[in-house]
Ligand binder design. Structure first.
Ligand SMILES: [Zn+2]
Length: 142
């Protein structure tokens, strides 16, 4: 379990990587909880099933009930969809305005970009690390 103290002590980049990682690990509730705590927003309730009139949407944020409704499990575990709707939730807590679609996409995109650059930096580290083969060679020599 991640405590509030740990998530608050993370830098902005690490925090974004963690949030995307959690959603991809099917821990959407935990990710939303962390973001809301960090931004001091009310945690929205989550449900699968889109209300009538929004059938084409992947997800919808409802300000009156402070809830995010997802079309299906795919969108529930899609970091871009989750963070886009979460942006509307964060923006709505302080007033009536839900934030623009453009800014919601930008918010979600900034998290995904941070996660992708973390992944590629990690990949190159794994590639150049000799630890695995070195360890095995040393063992066979003994
Ligand atoms: Zn939107």
């Amino acid at each position: 379990m991640l405590s509030k103290e740990i998530s608050n002590s993370l830098g902005e980049r690490e925090f974004r990587v963690l949030v995307v990682h959690l959603i991809l690990s099917k821990e959407t509730e935990k990710a939303i909880d962390l973001v809301c705590k960090r931004f001091g927003a009310r945690v929205p309730s989550l449900a699968i099933g889109i209300p009538k009139g929004h059938k084409k949407a992947l997800a919808v944020y409802e300000i009156n009930s402070n809830s995010i409704k997802f079309a299906d499990k795919d969108s529930f575990f899609d970091p871009f969809v989750v963070l886009h709707e979460l942006y509307h939730c964060l923006r709505s807590s302080s007033g009536k305005h839900r934030g623009t679609e453009k800014n919601a996409d930008r918010f979600a995109g900034s998290y995904i970009r941070e996660y992708n650059s973390f992944l590629s930096s990690k990949k190159s580290k794994v590639q150049f690390s000799p630890t695995g083969s070195e360890g095995r060679r040393r063992k066979s020599r003994l």
